[in-house]
Design a binder for this molecule. Structure first.
Ligand code: PMP
Length: 389
C-alpha cells in the first residue's frame, strides 16, 4: 500500500488554484507568466494560425527522431546565434524550456558536475530541476535590493560569488527578461560575467525562455548568448518557444550545445531523452519551423512578439503613473524593469492584503505584467495602493 506525506504544491500553480477557488466576480490573477491581450484573453498569434493552416490536418503523425526535427533545430540555432554556426554546435529538441533544462542538468550530473547555482531570486523550478537531476543547488547574488526604486544588478557580489564557485560547478544564467526581477545585466556586465565563467571554468547554461519579450526584438534579446558564442567558451542554451510564440501547451524547445565535443554531448542527452520520454512532440516544432522557415511568417512573428512586448511596456507606464498618483511614492522600478514580470517590492504581508481583495500575485511580490490590461489596471493599482498605504 502507498503511504505518502502530502507533497507541497508548486507556488505558481498553488496561486492559480487559490485564484480559481475565489468566487469574487472582480478577482484578478497576476500570477502565472502567460501573455494575455488587452481584454484579458489568451492569444493565438496570427503567424501561428497561418502556419497551422499551412501544416493542415493530414500531416503525418510519425515519431520524430530522438534528437527532434533537424530543420526546426537549424532555424532555432539561427534565431539564437544570428546564423547557424553548425561546425561546433549540436542540438536536441526538448520539451519546451523546462525539458531542455532537465536534459542539460541531468547530463551535467552524469559527467561529474556536483553543484549548480542560479540567481537569487530565480524561477522556482530551477531548484527543483537541479535537485531532481541529482545536483546540489545554491544561489548567487543577483539584485541590489537596497534601493528598490532603482533596481540594478549587484555586479560586485554577483562576480565575487562566481569567483568563489568550485571549479566545474554549473551556473544557470537567464539570457533576457529575468524571471522574477525584470532586471537584466547591461552589455558591459555581461562581458564581465562571461570572463568570470571562463576564469572559474564553469559549465554555463543559458536559460533562454523570453527571447523577443524583453526588448521587443528577438535579435537584441540574444545579446548575452552571442557574447558567450564569441568568447569561444563551451556552453549550453535552453530555448523555449512557449512565451514568444504563445505555444505554452505544445512543449516546444531546443537545447544547443556549443563545444568542440558537442556531438558527443548531444548523443549523451539523446540517451537521457530516450529513457525519459523517448522522443519529442511534433506539432509545436512543425509550427515554429513553418513560421521561422518562411520570410513572410517570420516577419509577422517579429512584429507580433514586438507588439506583445510593447503592450506590456505600456502597462508598466500606466501602472507607474497610477501608483505614483495614489501612493505619492516612486514606482520608477516598474518601468525600469523589462520582460513579463515586475518585482514590485511588496512585502509578503502586503501581498496577502492584496489577496484579501482578490488580487493575486506571488508571495515574493512578483506581478506578471503580461496579465495586466486597461480593464483591470485601475483595480490592481487601487488594491496595491491600499496594501502599501
Ligand atoms: N525558464 C524560465 C526563467 C521561465 O520563467 C520559464 C517559464 N516560466 C521556463 C524556463 C520554462 O518554461 P517552459 O517549460 O514552459 O518553456
Amino acid at each position: 500500500m502507498f503511504s505518502l506525506p502530502p507533497t507541497p504544491e508548486d507556488p505558481v500553480f498553488a496561486l492559480n488554484r487559490l485564484f480559481n477557488a475565489d468566487p469574487s466576480p472582480t478577482k484578478i490573477s497576476c500570477g502565472i507568466g502567460a501573455y494575455r491581450d488587452n481584454s484579458g484573453n489568451p492569444t493565438v498569434l496570427s503567424c501561428v494560425k497561418k502556419a497551422k493552416d499551412l501544416i493542415g490536418s493530414s500531416t503525418q503523425n510519425e515519431y520524430l527522431p530522438i534528437s527532434g526535427d533537424a530543420e526546426f533545430l537549424s532555424l532555432s540555432r539561427e534565431l539564437c546565434f544570428g546564423s547557424d554556426p553548425s561546425s561546433n554546435v549540436s542540438s536536441i529538441q526538448s520539451l519546451s524550456g523546462t525539458g531542455g533544462l532537465y536534459l542539460s542538468l541531468k547530463l551535467l550530473s552524469q559527467i561529474g558536475c556536483k553543484k549548480v547555482y542560479a540567481s537569487n531570486p530565480t524561477w522556482g523550478n530551477h531548484k527543483s530541476l537541479s535537485l531532481n537531476a541529482g545536483l546540489e543547488y545554491s544561489t548567487y547574488t543577483y539584485l541590489d535590493l537596497t534601493n528598490l526604486s532603482s533596481p540594478s544588478i549587484d555586479i560586485t557580489n554577483f562576480l565575487s560569488d562566481l569567483s568563489s564557485m568550485p571549479i566545474n560547478s554549473a551556473v544557470i544564467l537567464q539570457a533576457c527578461g529575468h524571471n522574477p526581477t525584470g532586471v537584466d545585466p547591461t552589455s558591459e556586465q555581461w562581458d564581465m560575467i562571461v570572463e568570470k565563467c571562463r576564469e572559474r571554468k564553469l559549465y554555463v547554461i543559458m536559460d533562454n525562455a523570453y527571447q523577443g519579450f524583453a526588448s521587443g526584438s528577438p535579435e537584441s534579446d540574444s545579446l548575452s548568448i552571442r557574447k558567450f558564442l564569441s568568447s569561444g567558451l563551451d556552453f549550453l542554451v535552453c530555448c523555449s518557444y512557449a512565451k514568444n510564440f504563445g505555444l505554452y501547451g505544445q512543449r516546444v524547445g531546443a537545447v544547443h550545445v556549443v563545444s568542440a565535443d558537442s556531438k558527443n554531448v548531444v548523443d549523451a542527452m539523446k540517451q537521457i531523452a530516450r529513457a525519459t520520454y523517448s522522443n519529442p512532440p511534433k506539432h509545436g516544432s512543425d509550427i515554429v519551423k513553418t513560421v521561422l522557415g518562411s520570410e513572410e511568417l517570420k516577419k509577422d512573428w517579429v512584429r507580433e512578439v514586438g507588439e506583445m512586448s510593447e503592450r506590456i511596456r505600456e502597462m508598466r507606464s500606466k501602472i507607474r503613473e497610477k501608483l505614483e498618483e495614489t501612493t505619492g511614492g516612486s514606482w520608477k522600478h516598474v518601468t525600469d524593469q523589462i520582460g513579463m514580470f515586475s518585482y514590485t517590492g511588496l512585502s509578503k504581508e502586503q501581498v496577502m492584503k492584496c489577496r484579501e481583495e482578490s488580487v493575486y500575485m506571488l508571495e515574493s511580490g512578483r506581478v506578471s505584467v503580461a496579465g495586466v490590461n486597461e480593464g483591470n489596471l485601475e483595480r490592481i493599482c487601487d488594491v496595491i495602493g491600499r496594501a502599501v498605504g
